[in-house]
Design a protein around this ligand. Structure first.
Ligand SMILES: Cc1cc2nc3c(=O)[nH]c(=O)nc-3n(C[C@H](O)[C@H](O)[C@H](O)COP(=O)(O)OP(=O)(O)OC[C@H]3O[C@@H](n4cnc5c(N)ncnc54)[C@H](O)[C@@H]3O)c2cc1C
Length: 428
């Protein structure tokens, strides 16, 4: 027997599950599928290796979906300050006024008590999954193995390996960077591998959670600290160390004690004394963009459509913006009596999201190229840039508002810089 829905979403990651909730709350019938059931949250577990800095914009969106209070009830860590600086050792650094090389964004002058929250990915996913389970227009199906996808005048048809057949008006690929739905729809990607990888480690330190997240830029890549929740008299943090694949492989193989000693040696003095390591893992970094966001009755959201360098932690924030834009258009279409797979509607979705996603990719490339080298003129220029940002609170506030997801455009003053970043063919 075939089960029929308005929308079938493949991928119950953070983005797919958010979209399901948005559509389900608006009265559309949704099937939310994943190849694995999202794990339930347990308060005594050590932190998930994958964490995300969720912007104020994402917080407001998750609140509209009814999921934020669930995240709050599990665990999250607010941060009120965000600090970045150039850690390259260079004689030219002496030409710059000491103390001016660090740019710190602060929530207080923006009239807020936090800039964002660090949340473990599995917490966000579990909150959205549970919220979907309490919405009667959403059917959750896990674990699924998709055999084939086909289209007819009636709709899109999914055949699952266990014999289940599903039909929908629209199929959403929210199945991540390696999206099978994207491949089945024949949508290609442009892809560029960065020369760096990211090693992520969950570490414990003494004292209460710090209210700051920071990132020091080294020529081999940034080193970042993201505060996590308290655990008795201790607190957890997520550290990210970007470096060459060879260096990351070396770091991964060190015994725990030697690894912590190496982190302590290599990270800035701002790092609190470390006590324990709960886990570490590494991720390759690639910028990838689908050549089109929609084909026939299939449309892509989140990492299935685009991946960016995570150095400013914007990937899932962009994915949430995709999900909300698509939700608005689909709900409008339903009200207007239009088919949900209407070509003009899917083109409007792409027109709304592609330029914003591309802008963020270019901004990340600006940082990547400007900081991942030792060239003296660039060293001086980027430090002057940071010093300038420090002395112009207005510019700093604008950048902070963009990073928080309050404004969706970069400050105009930064656009000429971004226009000068070398662009691979894929971004033109
Ligand atoms: C080191 C690192 C740090 C990052 N830090 C940040 C940060 O601070 N802030 C931020 O915003 N972003 C960050 N990101 C990016 C962020 O993690 C991703 O953008 C986000 O996870 C994408 O969510 P998604 O739901 O689109 O895809 P995914 O999280 O990849 O979810 C895809 C889902 O689809 C399911 N699936 C896959 N294939 C199938 C299939 N064939 N059938 C059924 N189900 C399937 C999977 O099981 C999964 O549940 C970081 C990324 C990295 C690598």
């Amino acid at each position: 027997m075939t089960q029929t829905f308005d929308v079938i979403i493949v991928g119950a990651g953070m983005v797919g599950a958010a979209l399901a909730n948005g559509l389900g709350r608006a009265g559309l019938t949704v099937a939310l599928l994943d190849r694995q059931t999202p794990p339930a949250f347990h308060a005594d577990e050590t932190p998930d290796l994958r964490v995300s800095a969720l912007s104020a914009g994402s917080e407001a969106y998750l609140e509209r979906l009814g999921a934020w209070s669930r995240i709050h009830a599990m665990r999250l860590t607010p941060y009120a300050r965000l600090s970045v600086w150039d850690a390259t050792e260079h004689p030219l650094s002496r030409l710059l006024p000491p103390g001016r090389l660090r740019t710190t964004f602060d929530a207080a002058p923006l009239g807020r008590n936090h800039l964002g929250h660090i949340v473990e990915n599995r917490v966000t996913q579990a909150a959205l999954w549970d919220q979907a389970g309490s919405t009667n227009t959403i059917t959750r199906l896990t674990p699924v193995d998709i055999d084939s996808v086909s289209e007819s005048g009636e709709g899109v048809h999914l055949h699952l390996a266990d014999g289940t057949q599903l039909q929908g008006q629209l199929l959403v690929g929210a199945d991540g960077a390696q999206s099978a739905i994207r491949q089945m729809a024949g949508i290609g990607v442009t892809r560029d591998q960065y020369g760096q990888q990211a090693l992520v480690a969950s570490v414990r330190y003494a004292g209460a959670p710090q209210d700051i997240t920071w990132q020091a830029f080294h020529p081999s890549g940034p080193r970042a600290f993201l505060p996590l929740h308290a655990d008795g008299d201790h607190s957890w943090a997520s550290l990210v160390w970007y470096d060459s694949p060879a260096r990351i492989a070396e770091l991964r193989q060190l015994p725990d004690d030697a690894f912590l000693a190496e982190v302590t040696r290599a990270f800035p003095a701002d790092l609190p004394p470390l006590q324990a390591l709960a886990g570490r893992g590494s991720f390759p970094l690639a910028r990838q963009h689908a050549k089109t966001y929609a084909s026939g009755r299939t449309v892509l959201v989140g990492d299935a459509a685009h991946t960016i360098n995570p150095l400013a932690g914007q990937g899932v924030n962009l994915g949430f913006q995709d999900a909300e834009a698509l939700q608005q258009l689909l709900v409008e279409a339903r009200r207007a009596g239009l088919p949900l797979s209407d070509t003009a509607l899917l083109q409007r979705y792409e027109a709304r999201r592609r330029p914003a996603n591309q802008r963020m990719m270019l901004a990340m490339d600006l940082f990547y190229h400007a900081f991942s080298n030792r060239l003296p003129p660039l060293h001086l220029a980027r430090n002057l840039g940071l010093a300038l940002a420090n002395s112009l609170p207005f510019a700093r506030h604008q950048v902070a508002r963009y990073a928080m997801g309050i404004d969706d455009r970069l400050p105009a003053a930064l656009q000429p810089l971004i226009d000068r970043v070398p662009r691979p063919a894929l971004l033109r």
